[in-house]
Design a protein around this ligand. Structure first.
Ligand SMILES: Cc1ncc(COP(=O)(O)O)c(C=O)c1O
Length: 461
């Protein structure tokens, strides 16, 4: 244990401790126990130090403090999949596991120019605190753009700018959900959202996916059977992870069913602009006249995920509560990034930019499809995808999927096991997710070849 406990004030000015050498200097000054290093501890009373062996020991918490975690956090488990994927960025590894935009999809030149001008002409606007609802010119422009182009946002709706679409899932769940309430989710579905719902101790009820979107009969059954259903979470376009797009008939039926059962729909659409085949379909939100749908959008896949700009369009009453929750989370989203997004949308040719992205992903998906035709058939099948960043591939039942993914990782090809995306991770699953946006063309072909060869070997075992 240290010579100064947490909360005890350091006598005099606290030494700066940014580098390891700084730690050593303070260690000498404080005369800490051999082999132990001082770690700064900050509390209401000021800054002090604890001596601990190394930073790793501090993380383990042994011989310092017994941390008593909340029930919510205690039940969260580190993912077993991380073990499989932990080397996915090591040199020589073919990364088919990420979900990042392609490196050539970023509008770097425009962002550089807009940022330079902004910091030159109105730096304080970009660097000052701002309002929780978001940068007004962006909110106004985006809402009118979404209304005109996609029919998203009616008279009783408003818009809230968030720190990525991920924060929409968080804020809506915080706003609506009591512990134990039910969230209906497509299964498989986006792991980031599922984990957010889990962190609020939601009961997740999975609705199986079919080739044209979620199984509406199962949805109806769940709406009838489950108690305290707060919302249905759906990704109707090029779903992550399955790549599946919900048909128009199903969109209408899903809307009617949820409306009739007084259940909100959280429509998450980060990939809608990335359609490279087939015809655009109307969003579920575009049918909404009754305040049933909250729509989540994002600049992550069309401008930059690092800028963390997303948004929610939905009933004013719900958004007002989400604004209060957001105040307690991050006050407001990055104002510099919001201004850049606004100027990028209004000063550059935004539609031409989206078209360029669709071409990039069409070409990449062609490389993947060609390789899958050549190396996957007939053992591995895949579901049809007309946009987005992912293909959902399925092994024959006699091949153990988790084992296959582990062996693939040993052979330096990383894909994500399908179980990661299930509402119940213990269910059996023979599928895995392949991303085609991040790898190079050569990596895509080589990776698919290796997976195909591995499946043949596994099938013979
Ligand atoms: C379906 C889906 N929703 C939401 C997100 C989160 O996006 P954002 O970067 O806007 O938080 C992702 C990210 O991959 C996603 O795939």
């Amino acid at each position: 244990m240290g010579s100064l406990g947490p909360g005890r004030k350091w006598p005099g000015a606290a030494p700066a401790l940014s580098e390891k050498s700084g730690y050593e200097a303070v260690h000498a000054k404080l005369g800490g126990t051999a082999g132990k290093f001082p770690v700064p501890v900050r509390s209401g009373a000021g800054t002090g130090f604890l001596f601990c062996k190394r930073s790793n020991d501090l993380l383990k918490g042994d011989d310092i403090v017994n941390y008593s975690f909340s029930e919510r956090v205690k039940s969260l488990k580190p993912s077993a999949i991380r073990e499989i994927l932990k080397n996915s960025s090591a040199p020589g590894v073919i990364p088919l596991s990420a979900g990042n935009p392609a490196p050539d999809a970023f509008p770097c030149e425009d962002i550089r120019r807009i940022s330079a001008e902004l910091l030159e002409s109105t730096p304080i606007e970009a660097l000052q605190y701002s309002v929780t609802e978001g940068y007004s010119p962006l909110r106004e422009h985006l809402l009118s753009y979404m209304r005109k182009k996609h029919g998203v946002g009616g008279e009783s709706d408003d818009i809230l700018i968030t720190s990525g679409a991920q924060q929409v899932m968080d804020l809506l769940t915080k706003t609506l959900l009591n512990e134990g309430d039910t969230v209906l989710c497509e299964s498989p579905s986006f792991i980031g959202s599922l984990n957010t719902f889990r962190s609020y101790r939601a009961k997740l009820r999975g609705i199986p996916m079919e080739e044209d979107g979620l199984d509406v009969e199962q949805l109806e059954a769940a709406l009838k059977q489950e108690k305290n259903v707060k919302y249905l979470y759906t990704i109707p376009n090029f779903q992550n992870p399955s790549g599946i797009t919900m048909s128009l008939e199903k969109r209408k039926r899903v809307y009617e069913l949820c409306r009739d059962h007084n259940v909100l729909i959280l429509e998450d659409n980060p990939y809608g602009d990335l359609r490279f085949a087939g015809e655009d379909l109307p969003s579920i939100k575009s049918f909404d006249r009754e305040g049933v749908v909250l729509y989540a959008g994002s600049f992550s896949k069309v401008v930059s995920p690092g800028m963390r700009v997303g948004y929610a369009i939905g009933p004013k009453e719900v958004l007002q509560k989400m604004v209060v929750c957001k105040q307690g989370e991050d006050v407001h989203s990055n104002i510099w990034a919001q201004i850049v997004c606004h100027r990028f949308m209004t000063e550059c040719d935004y539609e031409a930019h989206l078209q360029r992205l669709r071409e990039i992903y069409r070409r990449k998906s062609d490389v993947l499809l060609e390789a899958m035709e050549r190396y996957f058939k007939p053992l591995i099948t895949w579901s049809k995808f007309q946009g987005g960043l992912f293909a959902w591939c399925t092994l024959p039942e006699h091949i153990d999927m988790l084992d296959f993914v582990k062996r693939a990782a040993q052979e330096k090809v990383c894909v994500v096991p399908g179980t990661a995306f299930l509402t119940d991770e213990t269910e059996s699953c023979h599928s895995f997710r392949v991303n085609f946006s991040t790898p190079t063309d050569q990596q895509l072909t080589e990776g698919v070849k290796l997976l195909g060869e591995l499946a043949k070997k596994e099938a013979k075992r």
